[in-house]
Ligand binder design. Structure first.
Ligand code: ATP
Length: 265
């Protein structure tokens, strides 16, 4: 479960005929349990795409489907992790993680078991009773990811989830996400500005063009990763100098650079 499809999607903000075209003819198919990262110049519409899948934003034309159903509103089959951690400050780590399960009316025993499992998976057990303000940024984002994971959504939507973290914490979280993706693969739509992060995490990287945004190119990372044998739990520093990694990174860079040149030049 969890396939996402953008079918000729357009978005105009403001009035239909005098508004501002943010997206045009966006086509993208994300398979079940596939991890797709979207990169693109600032303002090209990455977040808008993600918000459409989440059901927070309507489409102006075309369709967005999840599991072959047109998205009309938010739903428990999709969970979102934002750059800002958005935890409840008055709730402990455990209560924050438990919140969505309570909303879903999951019975207490099952809820406890699920929360215990995810606390362990995300190595948060020793912080279970802490409040968000007592945690570092990285730890808070780990709680936000745990909170999404515990709901076992078909689709995980991540909008620059590591954008607010310092460089070292960011690397730890990237490795953590690779570990989760290998142990318990989900369908993930991940937005980032960081090309290296996209190549390290994603099965495919979709490159968007500048405004009005469209999918310009999709790069298959997984085939390269599997054939070059870096599809396990490798640390980012162990892969980022490999020729195959550098090649993919450079290819994406060049494609993004063309977009920038198109804007500036
Ligand atoms: N609610 C809105 N009303 C009007 N314009 C909007 C609205 N939301 C987004 N936009 C505009 O649509 C364009 C795409 O925005 P979006 O946030 O999706 O881009 P992005 O690629 O995620 O940008 P960034 O990389 O800078 O976060 C931008 O020009 C933005 O200003």
């Amino acid at each position: 479960m969890g396939a996402i499809r953008f079918d000729n999607v357009g978005k105009v903000f403001g009035r239909a005929n005098s508004g501002f075209a943010a997206l045009e003819a966006v086509d993208l198919d994300i398979r079940e349990r596939e991890f797709v990262a979207i990169v693109g110049p600032s303002g090209c519409g990455k977040t808008t795409c993600l918000r459409m899948v989440a059901g927070f934003e309507s489409v102006s034309s075309g369709r967005v489907l999840v599991n072959d159903r047109v998205v009309k509103a938010p739903g428990s089959d999709r969970a979102v992790v934002f750059q800002q951690f958005a935890l409840f400050p008055w709730k402990t780590v455990r209560q924050n993680i438990e919140f969505g399960l309570r909303n879903k009316r999951t019975p207490r025993d099952e809820r406890n078991e699920l929360v215990d499992d995810v606390l362990k998976l995300m190595t948060l057990e020793s912080h279970r009773d802490a409040y968000p303000h007592q945690l570092s940024g990285g730890m808070q984002q780990r709680v936000a990811i745990a909170r999404a994971y515990v709901l076992d959504p078909d689709v995980l939507l991540m909008d620059e989830p590591f954008g607010a973290l310092d460089a070292q914490t960011r690397v730890v979280m990237q490795e953590e996400l690779v570990r989760l993706a290998r142990i318990n693969p989900r369908t993930v739509l991940f937005i980032t500005h960081a090309v290296e992060e996209a190549v390290y995490l994603a099965d495919r990287v979709a490159i968007m063009s500048r405004r009005p945004g469209t999918i310009k190119e999709v790069i298959d990372v997984k085939t390269v990763r599997t054939s070059e044998d870096w599809d396990g739990f490798e640390k980012i520093e162990d892969v980022m100098d490999l020729e195959s990694f550098v090649h993919l990174r450079t290819r994406i860079w060049k494609s993004l650079r063309e977009e920038k040149v198109a804007v500036d030049g």
